[in-house]
Design a protein around this ligand. Structure first.
Ligand code: MD3
Ligand code: FE
Length: 199
């Protein structure tokens, strides 16, 4: 099913169970060579999400600020983005240019992500694409400025969301995860893959 919500193009169950399991398999070597880390915001707060990246650039945050950089905080280059992930981008976002960043967010029990805009990228005319894997998550969509009414929708494993055009700068966040609602990840939790053209 296809749903349009405030300019977000939501493809429910875009990936079948086999494709989801293959995606998780493609992430295993990435998580081994570029382990998840707990980001710290410039204000010094630890985020509850754990993250890593694949691609030429990864998104990081620490006391010195938010940025894209070519190395993991421990110093190694990020692993390449698997072809299977790039294929989803080429199908749904753009056949003309590949993303240079695949941010991998892991949501354990109690993880949430407050409302924010994604604006560390150089060119907002490129869409952002998000792939949900594992436990269900309550996704909140706001407006292009802080405040105002919001709408929420549950994202399930296999859902893909494309944020382009005016929706690109919409405030969004994850209010909660239904921990244990999916059997995709043996230890539970949710993985969100976010594909972006950062530079
Ligand atoms: C709307 N991640 O990594 S994905 C993020 O589920 C992020 O991990 C959430 O927000 C997650 O920045 C939400 C959906 C999403 C991702 C990027 C967006 C929505 C977006 C960029 C612009 C507008
Ligand atoms: Fe975001």
């Amino acid at each position: 099913a296809r749903l349009l919500l405030r300019g977000f193009d939501i493809r429910k169950a875009w990936l079948d169970g086999t494709a989801q399991a293959q995606l998780i398999d493609s992430l295993r070597p990435i998580l081994k060579s570029a382990p998840l880390f707990r980001p710290v915001t410039p204000s010094g707060k630890e985020m509850s999400v754990r993250m890593t990246s694949a691609g030429a650039l990864g998104w990081v945050t620490d006391k010195t600020g938010y940025r894209y950089q070519a190395q993991h905080p421990k110093g190694m280059d990020w692993p390449a983005i698997p072809d299977q992930i790039l294929d989803i981008w080429r199908d749904l976002a753009s056949p003309d240019r590949d993303p240079d960043c695949c941010l991998i967010n892991y949501y354990g029990e109690g993880t949430r992500m407050g409302l924010h805009q994604d604006k560390d990228e150089a060119d907002f005319s490129w869409p952002v694409l998000s792939i949900s894997l594992g436990d269900d998550a309550l996704f909140r969509i706001g407006n292009q400025t802080r405040g105002g009414k919001t709408e929420s929708i549950w994202l399930n494993s296999g859902d893909v969301v494309i944020m382009g055009g005016p929706a690109r700068l919409t405030y969004h966040g994850i209010d909660r995860v239904r921990f244990g609602s999916s059997k995709l990840l043996p230890k539970g939790g949710r993985i969100n893959l976010t594909l972006r053209v950062a530079r």
